[in-house]
Every structure is written in structure tokens, then in C-alpha cells.
Ligand binder design. Sequence first.
Ligand SMILES: [Zn+2]
Length: 196
Amino acid sequence: MSPCPKCKRPPDARDVVAELGMARCSACGETWTEVVAQAPPAGLKLHDDGERLVIVARTREVGTFVELVFMLVWTAMAAMFTVIGVAIWFLPFLAISVLFVCIGVYRIVAALVKVFGHRRVEVGRGFLRVFTGPPEREEVAVPLADVALVEIDAGSLQNHVVVRTRDGRRIELVGAGTFEGAGYVVAKVRGRLLVA
Ligand SMILES: [Zn+2]
């Protein structure tokens, strides 16, 4: 979101009222409006089934693809050396090449898990829950009554949507890219909290 038109101070998370697409400067009191994203940010899926809001974020990283390709080449070469090791039946050579195949397979599986990794946030039925996977496991579960604030934690590369609890905990929900994208998610979460 753009800086305050009066004092030029960049807005922080508590200045932004994302539902209304507006901000109020906590330094000088100026209010201004801005268009808020109408669609979910790239990489995020939001679905409200009337009882729960479900947000699914893919945790895809470019580095993981590079690693995956590298490890596929690595494993293919190690497999080739294993075949040679069997052909010449030279045991130390064979043992090392088999070890290299094992390392390759292990790293490929780890990279695949990261490539297809996801983060799921559920808001509703009394709780806010965060799951990560695969294999999917529950990371956080907070009673909705304990949620004090939903806000944007602004960063230079990625804006995160976070929740503050009444006992002072900070729970990260999802990374949403742009500030407007994060505002969209904040508005949806707040909307669900209001009717819950
Ligand atoms: Zn201001």
C-alpha cells in the first residue's frame, strides 16, 4: 500500500483496514483509500464452505527445481557406474556407486516433498489451525476466541499474513507476495472471524 499522502510515512500493518481497502495513518490521522486485490494472490487458494475458510498455499521454491534436476542427473550417472561396477565385478567401485545411488534417491524424494509441499490454514468451527505437509501434520491449533488480531507482516520480498493471540503469540498463516494480496487474505480471515 502507498505511503501516507500527508506525512509520507509508509503504513504499518495496524494502519490498514483491508476490508474497506483503506488505511489510516497512526502518526497524523490521515485516511486514504486504495484498490485492494479482488483475487487471491498467486500460489494461494481460498475456499469458504460456509463453516470454514480454507487457505492452501503451495510452498514451491525455484531452488528445489534446480536441486531436483541436479539430483536426477547425479542418480542417473551413479546408476550407470553401478551397471559398470556389476559388469567388471569390482566390489569397492560397486559399493561406492550403490551408495551414490542411495544418496541420490534420498535427495530426490526430499526435493519432491518440498516441490509438492503445502501449507493449509483452516479458520472456523471454533478453531484456527495450520497444517503443513506432506506428510500432513497439524502445526498450530488456536481457539478462535484467543485470536486478538489478524495483520500483515510487511517484508521486502514477501508480505506475510499473521495472527496475534491474546497471550502474545505470533502465528504465521501464509506468505502472500504483494501487500494488496496479503490485504485480500487478511480481509477474508477477518470476515470469517466476524461470523464465527
Ligand atoms: Zn500520516
